[in-house]
Write a protein that binds this ligand. Structure first.
Ligand code: C2E
Ligand code: MG
Ligand code: MG
Ligand code: MG
Length: 270
């Protein structure tokens, strides 16, 4: 009967709404709760000094452990947070935890933090970070801000972001370098302090001559531009050897260590 087909249709509509919007809305309110309850954690992955063979710093990464859905990847919830203003709250949380950890680590150790465009557009964001580092007596050069290539759509705006950060003394890193659409143009237009070369290049460098050639070229440019170089996703010793030969400053990846809890960081020798 038409009644049954109506019900079927309603079910389908409900399911489409659920997939498209409702579940996102629910997830958003759950993320808000998670932030308040401390279910969004910060972990720290070692950044290894390749030439000196020691830990130089860490990258702070967010983790959401959801009571029923289990572990939710930052790839998923950071994007969700960025659509709302929750990214400001997640960001403030990460900065607080990283700065508290920095205060307990030797002065030569730094922490990298991923920032979103919403944070950089927020006039009060850098002031809050500055307050926090001042109250802990931390030097700003120990906090490196990572921005991804894909965030840079407008060079004028990006130059303003860099100036605001670098005037305070925060080094700025180009994250996932090489995967955006304007690698070379960015190098000309923006004076990054650090380039973090995306893991796709590291994964392929010992398999593909073309990847290796591009890496050699990036390494040469970075040296001339006096920009530090970090390799992301270093997993095997063979990659490390090649990176050392290429003159990379730092490496990050499972070969050196997975993201770890603050308590485990404090057990390390520096
Ligand atoms: P990202 O900034 O490029 O961070 C590096 C990612 O590579 C991390 O994924 C890390 O766990 C992973 N990784 C590290 N070493 C290896 C390796 O040897 N092999 C492989 N296959 N992967 C490795 P994760 O933690 O899942 O984070 C994904 C992305 O989410 C980050 O990419 C970053 O863009 C974003 N993100 C994470 N936390 C935050 C945050 O607090 N704020 C913002 N704005 N973004 C964040
Ligand atoms: Mg990053
Ligand atoms: Mg990256
Ligand atoms: Mg990435």
């Amino acid at each position: 009967s038409s009644n049954t087909s109506n019900n079927l249709l309603l079910d389908q509509v409900a399911s489409v709404i659920e997939q498209a919007g409702l579940s996102k809305f629910k997830l958003e309110s759950e993320l808000r709760t998670a932030i308040n309850q401390g279910d969004v954690q910060t972990v720290f992955q070692p950044i290894h000094d390749i030439q000196d063979d020691r830990i130089a710093g860490f990258e702070a990464l967010s983790r959401w452990s959801h009571p029923t859905r289990g572990f939710i990847s930052p790839v998923e919830f950071i994007a969700l947070a960025e659509e709302t203003d929750l990214i400001i709250e997640v960001g403030d949380l990460v900065f607080s935890r990283a700065i508290e950890l920095l205060a307990r680590l030797p002065d030569h150790v730094f922490i990298n933090i991923n920032v979103s465009s919403k944070q950089l557009d927020d006039d009060q964001f850098l002031n809050r970070v500055l307050q926090k580092i001042k109250s802990h007596g931390i030097s700003p050069n120990r906090l490196k801000l990572e921005i991804t290539e894909t965030m840079v759509v407008d060079f004028n705006l990006a130059r303003k972001w860099l100036k605001k950060c670098q005037d305070i003394g925060f080094p700025v890193c180009a994250d996932d370098f090489g995967t955006g659409h304007s690698g070379m143009e960015q190098l000309v237009e923006l004076c990054f302090d650090v380039l973090k070369v995306d893991q796709v290049f590291i994964r392929n460098m010992n398999k593909s001559k073309r990847h290796q050639t591009i890496l050699q070229t990036i390494a040469m440019m970075a040296k001339q531009l006096q920009t530090q170089l970090v390799a992301e996703g270093v997993e095997v010793a063979e990659q490390l050897k090649t990176l050392k030969d290429l003159g990379f400053d730092y490496g990050q990846g499972y070969l050196f260590g997975k993201p770890m809890l603050e308590a485990d960081v404090l057990q390390l020798q520096f």
